[in-house]
Design a protein around this ligand. Structure first.
Ligand SMILES: *Cc1c(COP(=O)(O)O)cnc(C)c1O
Length: 219
């Protein structure tokens, strides 16, 4: 099936309150334009340099989401245009995003990335670390970032019950944090292999790559 067909099929299956981030990492501009021609505008990348190159070359009404791990020294390259940063996992990173957003006179929407998977290798905060951040004076002083929700990645496993349990856990973190951060309205969970489960468990934003663009070739 073509990119257009894949995209339309997924869009027709998703409830209307769920935003689709089309994950175009490693894919060429032509593939992104094929999706763009269907009217789709929200794309996700995991490398700041690649995303910036695509932003420079592609139509300016694309909303670019940074879904990967962010190095602080690279925030400056995307601060002018990025729509949402999904992987905020430290206060130091958030301070840098705030500083760079200020230079462009804008506010950047951010998600705290929570660690819900069994794998140690995956990035993200636990609830204790998150509470520490939001209770800090530094956090309260940031004017150019807006925390709009949470993001998480489930364990890479065939065990659907395990994946579901991790999404339930993230959803309950999201619900309990709404007391402190009532402006939150994004729960970013679900990828090609697990987005159906994620949507059933309350996801409002799915990040789907290979089911739209096909398998990725890393070299
Ligand atoms: C690559 C990636 C995705 C999309 O993965 P697919 O399995 O291709 O849908 C989603 N989220 C993050 C954080 C990613 O790095």
């Amino acid at each position: 099936m073509s990119i257009k067909e894949n995209l339309n099929k997924i869009k027709n299956m998703l409830p209307s309150h769920v935003t689709l981030v089309a994950v175009s990492k490693t894919k060429p501009n032509e593939d992104i334009l094929e999706a763009y021609e269907t009217g789709h505008r929200v794309f996700g990348e995991n490398k700041i340099q690649d995303m910036t190159q695509k932003w420079e070359q592609l139509p300016k009404d694309i909303e670019w989401h940074m879904i990967g791990h962010v190095q602080r020294n690279k925030v400056k390259y995307m601060a002018e245009y990025v729509s949402m940063i999904h992987g905020v996992d430290s206060l130091r990173l958030l301070v840098e995003i705030d500083k760079q957003a200020k230079k462009h006179n804008r506010s950047i929407s951010c998600l705290f990335q929570m660690h819900i998977a069994k794998e140690e290798t995956k990035f993200g905060l636990d609830m204790e670390e998150l509470h520490e951040i939001i209770a800090s004076e530094t956090f309260k002083s940031l004017d150019n970032v807006e925390i709009v929700g949470l993001m998480g990645m489930a364990t890479f496993t065939e065990d659907k019950a395990q994946i579901r349990q991790e999404f339930v856990q993230l959803q309950s973190m999201y619900t309990s944090l709404k007391t402190d951060l009532p402006q939150m309205n994004v729960l970013s969970m679900g990828m090609s292999g697990d987005y159906n489960i994620a949507v059933e468990e309350g996801s409002t934003m799915v990040r789907i790559g290979s089911s739209i663009f096909g398998a990725r070739n890393y070299n």
